[in-house]
Design a protein. Structure first.
Ligand code: NAD
Length: 285
């Protein structure tokens, strides 16, 4: 079997058109969605991500505000800035680009962002609301994965889903979203014994490990849906995922490539969450 490619770039572009239309409608009601991004320090990768987020805001007609803070900023200053943005009615989404310097408590930073503006979906209140199936900001990469499957017409209820990786931003929440949609979910991680035993049961296999080409054909059931979250560099410095694409795509039914798979969905869902937050202010006030 040769897998069908799930084209994240195309699906993201379609979603962005829908978002831009809704932004325009909201603007005609007097509300322009605004996203504030705080960048602490001068991490090259973080700066690239932040620039992409600003660019996406501009393309979709949203306002973006970039706040740059120096590497040695005190925790209180960062928390005070977040509190100021919490009170700013022109800002509907706030995100602090991670990672932040070690001397600042990441949990404190996340919990200072108002849950009503937590468009990354990292605040414990949003995580709890997601777990209990209530209205919440869903974390962007996991949410993007669910949209990819929905747009591809892949049913989830009753499927065996295996998630490799249990980070708070990808592995854990994506498993929860699958559970919310009635899948049977197994989590695998660095302490899992006999990984293959589990992954071979997967109708849908999600790889969020951060190791280039970690998932091989031998891990995959014939015809499975394989979602590759990884963004890595191989020895040649080329972008690659966690899945050995060439061999796995000979066996899987569907597969996401890297690049142009999950990646483009993450910022798209961030834009969606910012739009959602802005739209909800109309009902709130
Ligand atoms: P992480 O390092 O926080 O977590 C990695 C997980 O992999 C851990 O839970 C660990 O238990 C598991 N793991 C490590 N070695 C393992 C092994 N030998 N067997 C089984 N499990 C093992 O990483 P993360 O933040 O979840 O990111 C994972 C990957 O996804 C990275 O490549 C990252 O760059 C990428 N990522 C992509 C996007 C996107 O937008 N596409 C967003 C976030 C992360």
């Amino acid at each position: 079997m040769t897998a069908q490619i799930i084209n994240g770039k195309e699906i993201a572009a379609k979603k962005r058109i829908e978002i831009a239309e809704k932004v325009a409608a909201l603007k005609s009601q007097g509300v322009t969605p605004g996203l504030a991004v705080i960048l602490v320090g001068n991490n090259h990768a973080s700066r690239t991500y932040v620039t992409s987020k600003e660019k996406a805001c501009q393309e979709l007609g949203m306002n973006s505000l970039l706040i740059e803070m120096s590497e040695d900023i005190q925790e209180e200053e960062l928390l005070a800035k977040i509190e100021e943005l919490n009170e700013d009615s022109t800002i509907h989404g706030i995100l602090v680009q991670l990672p932040i310097p070690k001397h600042i408590d990441e949990s404190k930073v996340i919990e200072t962002i108002s849950p009503l503006k937590d468009v990354d979906g990292f605040h414990p209140i949003n995580i709890g609301r997601m777990m209990t199936g209530q209205n919440a900001f869903l974390p962007c990469t996991p949410y993007g994965i669910m949209v990819l499957l929905e747009e591809t017409g892949i049913a989830i209820a009753g499927k065996n889903v295996v998630v490799v990786g249990r980070s708070n931003i990808v592995g854990k929440p994506v498993g929860q979203l699958f559970l919310n949609q009635h899948a049977t979910v197994t989590y695998c991680h660095s302490k899992t014994k006999d990984l293959k035993l589990h992954t071979k049961q997967a109708d849908i296999l999600v790889a969020a490990v951060g190791i280039p080409n970690f998932i091989k054909a031998e891990h995959v059931k014939e015809g499975a849906v394989v979602i590759d979250v990884g963004i890595n560099r191989n020895e040649a410095g080329k972008l690659c995922g966690d899945v050995a694409f060439d061999e796995v795509s000979e066996k899987a039914g569907y597969i996401t490539p890297v690049p142009k798979g999950v990646g483009p969905m993450t910022i798209t869902m961030l834009m969606y969450n910012t739009l959602k937050s802005a739209a909800e202010t109309i009902n709130r006030y």
